[in-house]
Design a protein around this ligand. Sequence first.
Ligand SMILES: Nc1ncnc2c1ncn2[C@@H]1O[C@H](COP(=O)(O)OP(=O)(O)O)[C@@H](O)[C@H]1O
Ligand SMILES: [Mg+2]
Length: 246
Amino acid sequence: MSYFIVFAGKGGTGKSTLAALTVRYLREKKLMPVLAVDADPNFCLPELLGISSFETLAEIRDNALNSKPEGMSLDEWLEIELNRIVEESEGFDLLVMGRPEGSGCYCAVNNVLKRILQEISEQYKYIVIDNEAGMEHISRGIVNKIDLLFIIGTPAKSSLQAALRINELSKELNLSPERRILVINQATEKLEEHRIFSSYFEKVSYLCFDEEIKRISEKGGSIFSLKNHSSVIRDFYSLLEEEIGR
Ligand SMILES: Nc1ncnc2c1ncn2[C@@H]1O[C@H](COP(=O)(O)OP(=O)(O)O)[C@@H](O)[C@H]1O
Ligand SMILES: [Mg+2]
């Protein structure tokens, strides 16, 4: 059974950065096979994982009915197309969801896609999902299981309030993640007032602000170029070790 690691939180908190670091961690620990899923329409994960050319699931969804060869069923065609767009990289594969549905109705396509996605995901031991700010893909049933939910916030009050809302939403969606972890990222200090969060989450962790991470994103570099001595790597890897090794 695949192990689903999902990142959620307000935009700009560090979801994509930490999702990419998780892929790096799994690759380094040889915990494979890994599927990374970029479920944010403003995809950032490919760049962070050093992948520059890819097609999105949205593109194949929108073209499916027109591009399907005659005589082939929608199921067969989407399966071929989906397998084609899963990018194979060193130590992990990547699937980019792309933008949500446009004005057309893709119900038939979506239902088939959901089923094929589930079949594809069964081939992976670890699935890392970089979510959009809301929980759209999850609420639409594309993800129906979460083992480890990282809700990312920054010390900004609005972002921690968003983290609490997302936490509530994840409960309402009946996904019952085994573990819900609040990560207060880009932090400069631990604040006493954060203690209240420990009653809402299995764990509350801090990651500090790291100049090199910021520089990598400004230059458009990949997370694989981040130096091993970064304290974010040290602290986040030990959090992953504790959680995934449980
Ligand atoms: N611990 C950190 N230290 C410094 N900058 C960070 C840290 N985590 C994330 N960032 C930066 O914050 C910005 C937003 O991060 P990103 O991962 O794209 O967030 P999200 O996916 O939640 O929108 C990026 O410029 C990223 O490099
Ligand atoms: Mg992002």
